[in-house]
Ligand binder design. Structure first.
Ligand code: ZN
Length: 103
């Protein structure tokens, strides 16, 4: 089973085949975003290749699909970026900058 086949099957079965944010139809570079990590979780960098990673990831998704979101490449990067902001004051300024933007 290749990573491509596993991803396609999981996207369809658990995530309506769409990016959670923009509803773009599942395709290349989509990712299953962890909402939180658990002990012995599937972490990409710990696997020798994408196939091995996705075999393990599928087990975790089946156990609890709600622990993940299917995201397109752009929204995966944006959600990861947003999550990387740990400074609450900085996050508030970002949200304010967004709300002040009228274009
Ligand atoms: Zn998207």
């Amino acid at each position: 089973m290749t990573a491509k086949e596993i991803k396609k099957r999981l996207a369809k079965k658990y995530y309506s085949n769409r990016c959670y944010v923009c509803h773009k139809k599942f395709g290349k570079y989509f990712a299953f975003h962890h909402l939180w990590y658990e002990e012995d979780d599937a972490i990409y960098k710990n696997f020798k290749n994408s196939n091995a990673y996705h075999v393990q990831l599928e087990r975790f998704i089946k156990l609890n699909p709600k622990r993940f979101l299917l995201l397109c490449k752009a929204h995966h990067h944006l959600v990861e970026w947003a999550a990387s902001i740990k400074d609450q004051a900085k996050w508030k300024r970002f949200v304010k900058a967004r709300s002040l933007t009228k274009t």
